[in-house]
Design a protein around this ligand. Sequence first.
Ligand code: PHE
Ligand code: ZN
Ligand code: ZN
Ligand code: ZN
Length: 295
Amino acid sequence: NAAAAGAIAVIIANNAEGKLSGVTLGAPGVVPTGGVTREDGTALFGSAGQTVTVDLRYHEEDRVSRNVIAQTKTGRRDNVVMAGAHLDSVENGAGINDNGTGSAGLLETALKLGGSPKVNNAVRFGWWGAEELGLVGSTKYVQSLSFEQQLDIALYLNFDMIGSPNAAYFVYDGDDSDAVGAGAGPYGSGQIEQAFVEYLTVEKGVQTEGTDFTGRSDYGEFIAQGIPAGGLFTGAEGVKTEAQAAKWGGTAGVAYDRNYHGSGDNLGNVDRVALDRNADALAWVTASYAISTES
Ligand code: PHE
Ligand code: ZN
Ligand code: ZN
Ligand code: ZN
């Protein structure tokens, strides 16, 4: 079957035109000599004689995706505060919580900061492409930097899903101090975690929890290269506990975002209170590191 062939891909139109002859749509078919190829003759998947089922739910295309990077003209360029959010979404839905919320929160801070703010450290913003295809944009970006350029980044802040409709208030567990799903980042990540926790606790009266910091979003390549990182997250497919509903409101026994990667991820399904609090935390922590990265 298609899974055994390692493929989620076929060009439907080509098949309809008989250009993938020997392969049956939606039913088992035997791969012809040379495997299944594209119109231009390049290999798609499969080897001759193998039985495959082409799954019509998927198709393959080559697409170009881009990151959008912007940096203040002011501030030290060898001690840059970087903040990022992914712009892309899955095909199923509009991707408003995942990740319009993070992208919009970041944009608002960038606009309010302006191009030449009075900061000691430059602020660099990254709106990533192709996160949903495996952190592609952010990974390419970090790997495209020389070692010296990587050293110029003091820290990285990530915002991926900050307005989930049954919101949790999670801060990436940068120091592995939290029991559940923990995973420590490079030295310095714990201080970033503390900055977010302090702001949300003191200014917003919200008790936060630590969350998995093992690389399920665009901070992954930053910590892989030893750059301290942190960020906020209001939860995806995980289910809210009774204790969490008691301190944060919302519904126990229901996913933090029941529309995660689904068609219901639209403007009507954002917790605007959570988005507001987290957008303020984004702004505050970014600005405070722009003033100083000394603890
Ligand atoms: N990166 C995930 C997505 O875009 C969401 C996520 C963020 C999951 C942070 C866990 C932690 O689908
Ligand atoms: Zn996603
Ligand atoms: Zn996401
Ligand atoms: Zn911690």
